[in-house]
Ligand binder design. Structure first.
Ligand SMILES: Cc1ncc(COP(=O)(O)O)c(C=O)c1O
Length: 421
């Protein structure tokens, strides 16, 4: 077996017909072939970290009773993400907030979805898929991250994006996430919001999956937001990462609360089950930005049951409503809040998820300061910056001004670097 593997690797490197394959993909293939003959069970050290490489996954000991346990993951994100103090103004007495910067988990592949995709795409490759199908809103961060990750792994990506009835027949344009998706060559099918709610995301992805199978493709379907039980491992791993950061002294505070936005449920399912199982023992609160808390308690319960977690979602997470006027719709107060946070702390929240979650949290702090006094909070910034481009027009009146620089005709030129013409 080993001899055959080595021959295969050698052929792969020598083959002229494969010379167009980037080196990192050859390396990645090499790893997959090698791993078939490897029985190593050592946990990967950070120094061994290789971007885009597939690795054997070893769950944290406290999660080893969950079932099923994933066996492989791809290294897609830049982890560990930083944690730093977030000096938000107007906090209750002695309250401290820290930020876990999952918005810095990458560039095109940034945000919370990368963590889920590390597991989901390993499963897709293990199943022999040649393309990925997924679904979301027109500015879905999940769809953008999936499109990029799929291309990194040499897989095609098919996206079903939900838009308004008025726009469904039109070119969707290049704003925000769409620019990245279209640059990496994702295939986009538009559906109206009415069609989406009438048919449902599962039936829509099934239709596309069947069509692709008839065309001879091997599609792998990822549900909305990557939120199934396998994707939940992304945030189980995030809690292990936080634990490591506490052990190695990067994090010096012990947190009373962990807070995150909730849009399809996977992030909060992972955070809450892992916090409950691990030594962290913080209180997990999720601010949902669509549907309502009851819907998410049930959805998270389904994810937990899919992992045989043996615990009730209502016992391990508090879900609050931060939907406001509707999913992906912002009030001027919410956008003003995003602007004020950016101006006072340099941290840019997205308007659809972390912006609404932080707005909901701060509103509760203002209304119930005693509840929050003295608490040490870790807020998970789940990314989504590209979604902010969709709010350009609404943000225009809030952002700083500009002016034409005043220059006197008589100012003499000083020689310096470059003339820019
Ligand atoms: C930027 C961002 N933050 C938070 C979320 C919510 O995470 P989840 O879908 O796992 O609930 C999403 C996706 O829905 C997202 O794109």
């Amino acid at each position: 077996m080993l001899v055959n593997n080595i021959t295969l690797i050698h052929r792969l490197n020598q083959s002229p017909s494969l010379s167009h394959i980037p080196k990192f993909l050859k390396n990645q293939f090499q790893f997959q072939v090698k791993s078939m003959s490897s029985s190593s069970s050592t946990i990967q050290e950070p120094s061994n970290y290789e971007f885009l490489k597939q690795t054997t996954y070893h769950p944290p000991s406290w999660a080893s009773k969950l079932d099923p346990l994933p066996s492989k993951k791809f290294n897609l994100g830049h982890f560990p993400t930083p944690v730093h103090k977030w000096n938000l103004p107007n906090l209750p007495k002695d309250t401290e907030i820290w930020l876990k910067r999952d918005d810095l988990s990458g560039m095109q592949l940034s945000g919370n979805k990368v963590r889920k995709l590390e597991f989901l795409l390993a499963d897709a490759v293990a199943q022999g898929a040649d393309c990925i199908v997924t679904i979301g809103g027109i500015q879905s961060n999940h769809c953008r991250a999936t499109a990029v990750a799929a291309k990194y792994l040499n897989l095609d990506c098919f996206l079903i994006l939900r838009t308004s009835k008025l726009l469904v027949e039109k070119d969707p344009g290049l704003t925000g996430n769409l620019l990245v998706e279209r640059l990496v060559g994702a295939h986009i099918d538009l559906v109206s919001k009415e069609e989406y709610s009438r048919i449902g995301s599962v039936a829509l992805t099934d239709i596309l999956k069947e069509k692709l199978i008839k065309e001879g493709r091997k599609p792998y379907v990822i549900p909305v937001g990557g939120s199934n039980s396998l994707g939940t491992w992304g945030y189980i791993e995030a809690i292990r990462e936080i634990e490591h950061q506490s052990q190695n002294g990067t994090i010096k505070t012990s947190f009373d609360d962990i807070i995150s936005a909730c849009g399809s449920g996977g992030t909060v399912a992972g955070l809450s089950i892992a916090t409950w199982l691990s030594e962290l023992k913080a209180k997990v609160t999720a601010y949902c930005v669509c549907d309502d808390p009851d819907y998410f308690y049930d959805y998270v319960q389904g994810l937990l049951d899919g992992l045989a977690a043996g615990v009730q979602s209502r016992d391990i997470v508090k879900i609050e409503n931060a939907k406001g006027v509707g999913y992906a719709m912002s009030t001027s107060e919410e956008l003003k809040f995003v602007k004020e946070v950016a101006e006072s702390t340099g941290v840019i929240l997205d308007p659809v998820y972390s912006g609404k979650a932080a707005y909901g949290m701060m509103k509760d702090m203002a209304q119930n300061p005693a509840k929050w006094e003295g608490r040490k909070i870790l807020f998970i910034h789940t990314g989504g910056l590209l979604g902010l481009y969709d709010k350009n027009e609404e943000m225009a009146s809030l952002v700083g001004g500009w002016r034409r620089m005043e220059l006197d005709e008589s100012i003499p030129r000083k020689e310096g670097v470059g003339k820019m013409f």
